[in-house]
Design a protein around this ligand. Structure first.
Ligand code: F0G
Length: 359
């Protein structure tokens, strides 16, 4: 007899490892359980014997890893009786907060830097009907304002300074170990506010402590060159990068992320917008995986460190692709400015000619 088991989100799946009780009303959109895709063409292309897997978090319900944290944060906010949530965001947190607020039947307020979030993220947040407050300042300023206003108004902050966000996001590390049977040697990911690197490390540590796996990865945190406070060793005031998701100069999880670096024996590094965009295009063109620019920072970093031998051949590497490429159609169109679609007559002859021309 076949038993059917519907996947209903990461809180149900990892319930024993998360702060919920039998009475908790779970706010979920079926997040988590994202594919871990082994790259096939890029390792061949670079001529290195490495196993590179990408954890495609862009396939979460709102298109980014934020949903893992948001299911937990909103579940706990509702459990505590909160009627409203608030966040500052470079776009993905706001989209996720808005969706989970709708699901819960509560209100979402989101502060975003005007003109500095990707079009898809703005569109989805509008569709989810959040109260969008655009500010003429960057994410860091928005975050400071959110912290101030939450002191005065009955709203729950759902940025990653909310510890429940980290609890939800640690499940991505569980999924990787559950699937591979071990932790990777290296885990590469983009770093902005540094909540996610903190969350992965927590997840790997919990599994290693309980002997679910025998090893822990070296954690590699990669930033955009114009927004790289961890590489500078100090906060920066005017971050700038094409990867708007990680356009952050004052990371909230500063001390926690340094701790991850030390404990895991890992490192931070930075890559130019050109390197980031090249990695984004490479993933699309050689592997059929379309992530947003910020996410490609993970692959840009991994490829660089593989080429220098800092990540040696024989390594097993996981790169987190934090968000979906569809979120940022404007960058995608710019990336492909030289490959415009051909326009032809709607006739068989013209179609045949167009196909023959490009064979
Ligand atoms: N990648 C994407 C696609 C992101 O949206 C973010 C953060 C990060 C990486 C960095 O993760 O902050 O945990 O180090 N986005 C936040 C937002 C800031 O508002 O959507 P982190």
């Amino acid at each position: 007899m076949t038993t059917h088991k519907r996947y209903t989100g990461l809180i149900e799946f990892y319930r024993d490892r998360l702060p919920v009780s039998a009475n908790t009303r779970i706010i979920s959109l079926g997040e988590g359980n994202t594919p871990l895709i082994q790259l096939q063409n890029i390792p061949r292309l670079i001529g290195k014997a490495v196993d590179i897997y990408v954890k495609f978090e862009g396939l979460n319900p709102t298109g980014s890893f934020k949903d893992r944290g948001m299911t937990m944060a909103v579940t706990k906010a509702v459990e505590a009786g909160s009627q409203a949530i608030i966040c500052a965001s470079t776009g993905n947190t706001s989209a996720s907060a808005a969706a989970y607020a709708v699901r819960a039947g509560i209100k979402a307020f989101v502060l975003i830097p005007e003109g500095k979030i990707a079009l898809g993220k703005l569109a989805q947040t509008l569709m989810y009907d959040a109260k969008i407050i655009q500010i003429n300042g960057n994410f860091d300023r928005g975050m400071a304002l959110v912290k101030e206003v939450a002191e005065l108004a009955p709203v729950t902050i759902v940025n990653s300074i909310n510890p429940f966000r980290i609890e939800g996001q640690k499940t991505a590390a569980f999924e990787i170990v559950d699937e591979l049977g071990f932790a990777p040697d290296y885990h590469c990911l983009p770093v902005g506010n540094a909540g996610n690197i903190t969350a992965y490390w927590k997840g790997y540590n919990e599994y290693a402590t309980e002997r679910v796996c025998g090893n822990r990865p070296v954690m590699c945190g990669y930033q955009a060159a114009g927004a790289a406070p961890f590489v500078a060793g100090e906060m920066i005031d005017n971050p700038e990068t094409v990867a708007t998701a990680i356009r952050i100069g004052h990371p909230q999880s500063w001390a926690l992320a340094w701790n991850v670096q030390k404990e895991s024996g890992g490192w931070f590094d930075k890559f130019t917008d050109e390197q980031i965009l090249a990695a984004q295009k490479m993933l699309s063109q050689y592997e059929g995986v379309f992530c947003e620019p910020a996410s490609a920072t993970a692959l840009a970093g991994a490829l660089h460190d593989i080429s220098t031998g800092k990540i040696p051949e024989g390594s097993k590497i996981v790169c987190t692709l934090t968000g979906n490429g569809i979120k940022d159609p404007e960058i995608a169109m710019l990336q492909c400015a030289d490959t415009k679609p051909v326009t032809i007559d709607a006739s068989l002859d013209a179609v045949k000619r167009a196909i023959l021309d490009s064979l």
